[in-house]
Design a binder for this molecule. Sequence first.
Ligand SMILES: Cc1cc2nc3c(=O)[nH]c(=O)nc-3n(C[C@H](O)[C@H](O)[C@H](O)COP(=O)(O)OP(=O)(O)OC[C@H]3O[C@@H](n4cnc5c(N)ncnc54)[C@H](O)[C@@H]3O)c2cc1C
Length: 295
Amino acid sequence: MTESGKTYSDPISYAAPRSLDEAAELMRGGNVTVLAGGSDLMPQTQAGRMHFQPVLMNIRRVPELQGLVEEGGVVRIGALVTITELLESALVRERLNLLWQSCDHFASDQIRNVATVGGNLCNASPAGDTLVPLLALDARVVLAAKPNGTLQTRRVPLAEFLLGPGRTCRAPAELLTAVEVPLPPAGFAGEFYKHGTRPGLDIAAISIAAGARRDGALLRDVRVAFGAVAPTVIRAPRTEAVLEGHVPDAAALEAAVQTALKEVHPISDVRASDWYRRELIRNMLMRILTHVCQL
Ligand SMILES: Cc1cc2nc3c(=O)[nH]c(=O)nc-3n(C[C@H](O)[C@H](O)[C@H](O)COP(=O)(O)OP(=O)(O)OC[C@H]3O[C@@H](n4cnc5c(N)ncnc54)[C@H](O)[C@@H]3O)c2cc1C
């Protein structure tokens, strides 16, 4: 919406900035629609579910939004990094394997080649595939703006960034520049599971990312996150607490599953009923936790 409250079925002008500074300058008025891969934006605008701001800004020529690098124990993934690039990255495959697995379940090659991690985050779908592992891995997003004419950035934990379906705390004048993911501790192993109505090329009816590391007989650094069972992707802190520092015997795993069922709040929609989603959580979380304990 513009200051006068207007949005448009077609944008009035098009911009393709070549630097972050230029992009942030264009966004100062807050009347810009950001275009990355367009795989959410274009279907949503064509279906009338979303309307353009007066300026359509293609960010694909902004070099500061590219790149995937590890520094000081944190992996910085530029907003424009595509799902294909994540899949091809040895760093992601070896050190952020939960994220890698989610990309391996993401859409088709054609969509993976254009879909960016920044677009997946800003679209804020409760079923967004990369959001679930990124939440489990304690990721934070980096937002940039030029409120007083100088470029400023702020970092927001992903759990605070996501407010509801399609809603984030990103201000209209802010651009998401990157997502930062702390490397999980050595020995951390996890598994991502996605269930759709078809075995492939489907939006998740539920998704789960769970992981931990073994410390002798005990589990440490337990992480459990779910997609498509609440208005945003969610962490399950009470489920994690049931397992943290405990021997993962059958009773502990069953207690974790029962706790998880109290932490999720699925709805019934075109993809699955509330009942079916709960059954999937019950069965698949048990299977994943059992696998994680064997890794
Ligand atoms: C056929 C099909 C299959 C799909 N399958 C899956 C799937 O399996 N799993 C899944 O998670 N998603 C899926 N999607 C959804 C979509 O592909 C992803 O959400 C994708 O990551 C969006 O990225 P994008 O670069 O295309 O974003 P865009 O469509 O360009 O943008 C999405 C939104 O984010 C905003 N935006 C983008 N980048 C930024 C930025 N850097 N800063 C601020 N705002 C920004 C845009 O303004 C827009 O509102 C599918 C889509 C299609 C069409």
